[in-house]
Design a protein around this ligand. Structure first.
Ligand code: ASP
Ligand code: MG
Length: 424
C-alpha cells in the first residue's frame, strides 16, 4: 500500500462532469489499496473570473480581501469533490488550507509556506477516509487566509506530499506529460518518460509550462517523486525525480544528452554601448536596472579589442519590462557614463536542457551546426552545467526548435496527437 497525493488542476474539474470523473479516479486509486490525499484547484477559470470581479469593483482591491476572495474558488471545488467521492461510497472530507494545517507568512497574494502541520489529514486517511484539501491557500500568523500565487496548488500538493512522506505526488492536468518540445511548434515532439528536478527547473524557467516553479523546488528539497499526467487518460505521464532514480528509465543506456528543448518569446534585449571598462561601471548600471523593478536573465559583456577601455553590455529581460528599463537607462545615461542604449523586443530564447550534457562535450558544436544549416543566426549565448541557451531572432524560434529537435534525434516516429490542453 502506498500513500499517494493526487493534485487536480482547474481543467480537470471544470464542470460537474469533470468533478465526477475525477472522483471516480480517486475512488479507483483508493480501491486499489492506496491511501489517497487530494489537492484540488478552483474549477475551470474560476480564479480568473474572481479577479475580473474584483477589478470591476475597484482598481486597487486590498490584498487581504483579495486572498479571501480568491481562496473561495478552491473551497467550492474541494466541497463538491468530497461530495462526489462520498457519493461513490468512499467517505471523503474537505479541508481548507487552514484546516489542513498549511501555515504561511503574511505576503498576501504570494505567500511562502512556513510550515505544514498535517495531523488532521493524517488522521483522516488513517481512518480510511479520503482527505480533500483546497489548493493554493494557507493561513498566516494573524489567522488570515493567504494565497500562494497563481498556479500555487501544485506547491500545496508537494508540501503535503513532503509532510506526509507520500510515495508519489501525482499532478493531473489535461496534457499527457512533459514533451521534448512544445508539440504546437514541433509536431514530432514526444512525451518524456522521466526528468530530473534540475532539468525540470531549467525547462520551467526557460519557457516550458510544466509546473509552478516553487513546487519543483520544494519537491527537489524534500525529494518528492512527481508524476505529471493527464486526468483524461490512464497513460503514464512524465516522472520528475532525483538523478539516481531517473537512471531507472535509462536501463543500460546513458542519460539522454538532451532531455528537452524550451523556447521563450516573452523576453526582450537591451544593449548598452561605450560603458567605461572600470570596476563599478557594470554594478551601477545593474543597480539602476534592479531599481526599475526588472529581473534580468542573460548578461553578456565584452570589450572590443579594437576599442579598449569601452565595454558593451547586453542583457535579456521580460518584454513587459523593456520599455520602462530602457527609459530609465536613457535618463541616467550621463550619470552612468555610457555611450548609447538600444532595445530589441523581437528576440526569442531557445534552450536545450539535459543532464547528459555534462559528459558530452560536442553539444555546442552540434547545436551551432544545426542552426547554421538552417541559416539561423545566433545573437547571444549562455550556458549552465545542463543547459545551453541562445538568443535568436523571434521569427527564427519555431524553425530553430524543429531543426535542433531533429539534430539531437528527439523526433518521434509519428507526430504527437494534437495538443489542445492548457496544462492546468
Ligand atoms: N486556482 C489558482 C490559479 O488559478 C491556483 C491553481 O490553479 O493552482 O492560479
Ligand atoms: Mg487554476
Amino acid at each position: 500500500m502506498s500513500l499517494i497525493v493526487q493534485k487536480f488542476g482547474g481543467s480537470s474539474v471544470a464542470d460537474a462532469e469533470g468533478i465526477k470523473r475525477v472522483a471516480r479516479r480517486i475512488v479507483d486509486t483508493h480501491k486499489a489499496g492506496h491511501k489517497v490525499v487530494v489537492v484540488v484547484s478552483a474549477m475551470g477559470d474560476t480564479t480568473d473570473d474572481l479577479i475580473d470581479l474584483a477589478s470591476s469593483i475597484t482598481e486597487e482591491p486590498s490584498a487581504r480581501e483579495m486572498d479571501i476572495l480568491l481562496s473561495a474558488g478552491e473551497r467550492i471545488s474541494m466541497a463538491v469533490l468530497a461530495m462526489a467521492v462520498t457519493d461513490l461510497g468512499v467517505p471523503a472530507r474537505a479541508f481548507t488550507g487552514q484546516q489542513a494545517g498549511l501555515h504561511t507568512d503574511t505576503a498576501y497574494g504570494a505567500a511562502s509556506i512556513v510550515g505544514v502541520v498535517p495531523e488532521r489529514i493524517a488522521r483522516t486517511i488513517q481512518d480510511g477516509e479520503i482527505a480533500i484539501i483546497a489548493g493554493f491557500q494557507g493561513v498566516n500568523q494573524e489567522n488570515d487566509v493567504t494565497t500562494l500565487g497563481r498556479g500555487g496548488s501544485d506547491t500545496t500538493a508537494v508540501a503535503f506530499a513532503a509532510a506526509l512522506r507520500a510515495d508519489v505526488c501525482e499532478i493531473y492536468s489535461d496534457v499527457d506529460g512533459v514533451f521534448t518540445a512544445d508539440p504546437r511548434v514541433a509536431p514530432a515532439a514526444q512525451k518524456i518518460p522521466a526528468l530530473t528536478y534540475e532539468e525540470t527547473l531549467e525547462m520551467a524557467a526557460h519557457g516550458t509550462k510544466i509546473l509552478h516553479l516553487r513546487a519543483v523546488e520544494y519537491a527537489r528539497r524534500y525529494d518528492v517523486p512527481l508524476h505529471v499526467r493527464s486526468s483524461f487518460s490512464t497513460k503514464e505521464g512524465t516522472w520528475i525525480v532525483n538523478e539516481s532514480a531517473r537512471s531507472r528509465w535509462e536501463g543500460d543506456n546513458e542519460a539522454p544528452i538532451i532531455s528537452g528543448i524550451s523556447h521563450d518569446t516573452s523576453q526582450a534585449k537591451i544593449t548598452i554601448t561605450g560603458v567605461p571598462d572600470k570596476p563599478g561601471a557594470a554594478a551601477r548600471i545593474f543597480q539602476v536596472v534592479a531599481d526599475s523593478g526588472s529581473s534580468i536573465d542573460m548578461i553578456v559583456q565584452n570589450v572590443p579589442v579594437n576599442a579598449p577601455g569601452m565595454a558593451n553590455i547586453s542583457f535579456t529581460l521580460p518584454i513587459t519590462d523593456v520599455k520602462r528599463t530602457f527609459r530609465v537607462l536613457e535618463e541616467k545615461r550621463e550619470e552612468l557614463g555610457f555611450d548609447k542604449v538600444f532595445q530589441n523586443d523581437g528576440v526569442g530564447i531557445l534552450s536545450l536542457i539535459g543532464t547528459g550534457m555534462r559528459s558530452h562535450p560536442g553539444v555546442t558544436a552540434k547545436f551551432f551546426a544545426a542552426l547554421a544549416n538552417a541559416g539561423i543566426n545566433i545573437d547571444m549565448i549562455s550556458t549552465s552545467e545542463i543547459r545551453i541557451s541562445a538568443v535568436l531572432d523571434a521569427d527564427d524560434v519555431a524553425t530553430a526548435v524543429r531543426v535542433v529537435h531533429q539534430a539531437f534525434d528527439l523526433d518521434a516516429e509519428e507526430e504527437a496527437i494534437v495538443y489542445g490542453g492548457t496544462g492546468r
